[in-house]
Design a protein around this ligand. Structure first.
Ligand code: ZN
Length: 334
């Protein structure tokens, strides 16, 4: 009898909990959420959700390198649908993600139901575990496992546990997605339709962009940088440029890049990233074809059009070297 009672009680608790997860406000859910958030070291950087259209908000990371500003150097999007919240990218530490949830709670008590990741790079995915613990479903582009299974991902996490301590620490872990996206598709939540554009290997091993249809707001991920030197990393710059050439900016009201401020003039915003990548490929391509050593080619290149961009000193030489090496490989594989 006691066992039956306990089972009934358990069933009742599960029912209440599940209902609570769907309903907007429920004390249990909120208490549980606060408990989860309190596990993470607080941040002292300021974070403000900016509204760019009816359903769309975002927080903007500072211009700088990955360990500046407590790791808050990338953007994250928040879309409030009326039937739940969608997150686009999760910031560079779990602590920043926890802070983002606190900011969301100032404007909505809807459950956070989905996370869409533009790509797997440390500055966009270290906040994932917070949303996983809150019960969100995580979708990521194909290529996510190339990152997750790479030795570099492990080394990067070890390094960040040191350089971004206490916000990244022993409890910070890499989280796998629930769903892999390998083709473009749409989904609906509440009254909002979303289109996910799968872009293949461009800035990373796999990138996607997301359009919030009714608002005509595009989250581009790191395929577009605004107001700072792009980070090339292990990018396939040839395909990246092709993706940008095809990017539909006509009819968009706003573009939210992976880094830098949202833009009401998407075509102009894209121009910076496109110009920079095209220049890197042009100059490094010439050097490779003439078998000019990298150091020499780098010193002989006129960087004046970009050298005043934030993060130029930290990123440009590495970017140029990466493009040099990849174009050498392209030449050899021809
Ligand atoms: Zn990034």
């Amino acid at each position: 009898m006691r066992i039956i009672l306990m089972a009934a009680q358990l069933l009742f608790t599960m029912l209440v909990f599940n209902l609570g997860a769907c309903a907007p406000t429920d004390n249990n859910t909120i208490n549980n959420e606060q408990k989860i958030l309190s596990r993470y070291a607080p941040v002292s950087v300021s974070m403000e959700l900016k509204q760019v259209s009816e359903h769309v908000y975002y927080v903007e990371g500072a211009a700088g390198i990955a360990t500046d500003n407590e790791g808050f150097i990338s953007n994250a999007g928040v879309i409030v649908t009326g039937d739940g919240v969608v997150i686009f990218d999760t910031l560079g530490t779990p602590s920043l993600a926890a802070q983002l949830v606190r900011e969301i709670r100032k404007l909505s008590d809807q459950p956070i139901r989905r996370v869409i990741l533009s790509h797997y790079h440390a500055d966009h995915v270290y906040g994932l575990q917070v949303f996983e613990e809150l019960g969100a479903t995580i979708s990521a582009p194909e290529g996510a496992y190339a990152y997750l299974n790479s030795p570099q991902a492990k080394e990067r996490l070890e390094e960040r546990r040191f350089s971004l301590e206490p916000w990244v620490n022993e409890n910070t872990r890499l989280v796998e997605p629930d769903e892999i996206i390998s083709a473009s598709r749409t989904f609906k939540m509440g009254d909002v339709t979303f289109t996910i554009n799968y872009q293949g290997k461009a800035h990373s091993d796999g990138d996607l962009a997301m359009l919030v249809e009714p608002d005509k707001a595009l989250f581009s991920g790191d395929v577009i940088f605004e107001g700072r030197t792009p980070f090339v990393g292990n990018a396939d710059t040839r395909h990246w440029l092709e993706v940008m050439q095809k990017l539909e900016t006509e009819g968009l009201n706003v573009l939210i890049p992976g880094h830098g401020p949202a833009s009401k003039k998407p075509a102009r915003t894209i121009a910076l990233t496109r110009k920079y990548l095209a220049y890197l490929r042009e100059k490094m391509g010439e050097a490779v074809e003439e078998f000019e050593p990298f150091d020499e080619a780098y010193a002989n290149t006129d960087w004046s059009a970009f050298e005043n961009l934030p993060a130029f000193a930290e990123a440009n030489r590495i970017n140029a070297y990466q493009v040099y090496l990849s174009m050498e490989a392209e030449l050899l594989n021809q």
